[in-house]
Design a protein around this ligand. Structure first.
Ligand SMILES: CC(C)(COP(=O)(O)OP(=O)(O)OC[C@H]1O[C@@H](n2cnc3c(N)ncnc32)[C@H](O)[C@@H]1OP(=O)(O)O)[C@@H](O)C(=O)NCCC(=O)NCCS
Length: 170
């Protein structure tokens, strides 16, 4: 069987910025800097999918951040900046990036993984074991979003929301 022609690996956050800007902030004027808060946080972890030439074709980052529904214990990590180059979509790269971040959270002992998901990307996160929380909300200039979340066990397995009290109130 032929495997995927890309690899997913950890990279410096700075390497994620050009693709994030192109895919997620196309409306930004060319002379406006793009510096999301995770880019300067030393605790941010980034993964990228690289093609055979080492070009970045998919990215996402993980940064410690409390979810909007609060958390009773353990760590909480926010997934941000998920972007795959248009010509490489629907080949499993987004799913592989999500898996890499889940594995990273598991390696840290597990915790809450959450994101503000674009509505069009909801299926990607659901396939990764995440559930929606709260109402759809509008991000100005970007569009409708919904909070998606899951618990990650130290073994990387999803922890069914039914087994917990959550999402719980802050
Ligand atoms: C959302 C996004 C990151 C998904 O990346 P991706 O690499 O296309 O993700 P995947 O390939 O894992 O999954 C996407 C689709 O491909 C399908 N797919 C996955 N692996 C596949 C494979 N090997 N062969 C064919 N199809 C496959 C999935 O079933 C999925 O279909 P669906 O979304 O219609 O249900 C990408 O579309 C993107 O960058 N979009 C614009 C920015 C954006 O919305 N980012 C998310 C912000 S929250």
């Amino acid at each position: 069987m032929v495997g995927p022609d890309y690899t997913v690996c950890r990279v410096a956050v700075a390497r994620t910025l050009p693709l994030r800007r192109a895919v997620l902030r196309p409306h930004l004027p060319a002379d406006e800097p793009y510096l999301p808060p995770d880019a300067t946080a030393s605790s941010t972890v980034a993964f990228a999918a690289l093609d055979g030439q080492g070009e970045v074709i998919g990215v996402a980052v993980l940064t410690p951040d409390e979810p909007p529904f609060g958390r009773p214990d353990g760590g909480a990590w926010r997934l941000r900046g998920m972007a795959v180059a248009p010509e490489h979509r629907s080949r499993g790269i987004g799913g592989a990036l999500l898996d890499a971040h889940v594995a990273h959270v598991a390696g840290l002992g597990g915790g809450i993984l959450w994101c503000n998901a674009r509505i069009a990307a909801r299926g990607l996160y659901e396939r990764g074991g995440m559930s929606a929380w709260g109402e759809v909300f509008e991000e100005p200039l970007i569009g409708p979003h919904i909070v998606m979340w899951r618990r990650v066990g130290a073994d990387g397995a999803a922890r069914a929301p039914a087994a917990d009290a959550g999402p719980w109130s802050a």
